[in-house]
Design a protein around this ligand. Sequence first.
Ligand code: FES
Ligand code: FES
Length: 168
Amino acid sequence: MHAPASISPVVVNGQPCALPQSTLASATLLHVLRNDLALNGPKYGCGLGQCGACTVLVDGIAARACVIPAQGVAGREVTTLEGLPGRCSVTEGLHPVQQAFVDEQAAQCGYCLNGMVMMAVALLERNPDPDEAAVRRELSGNLCRCGTHVEIIRAVLRAAVLMREAQA
Ligand code: FES
Ligand code: FES
């Protein structure tokens, strides 16, 4: 029996994954994460890059996994919601952004929250002290059909405080 001719390495949540080229060539990143790696944090919403429910980090940059061909992340580092607890070196357990969303009860159905949380992490890694306008700008492309925007914005601002306190 022959091994697949070509395997592309991807690092997902700090773990190297080797996926056959055939898988990568024919699927979106979201499909591979959910169906091959059982990482169901990223959600399928619109499938068109328009709602943000599928957001992941690729080399630390927020990206919409439903429109990225899986082969586009070969050799890159992907972080999903499941990988966030290990991403903040100064806290244990939940990532401070996740904790702040819990504290502020910033969910109704929760479908949009993966994208909101991942966008918030990307923002706070770039800018540890954003004002409300910056948070609103960052999240403006992420849709919440339940209308929990006020709580979500409060959660991101609270997360910024938690992260700064943890690093002090
Ligand atoms: S599911 Fe990817 S942007 Fe909507
Ligand atoms: S909490 Fe339901 S879509 Fe945002």
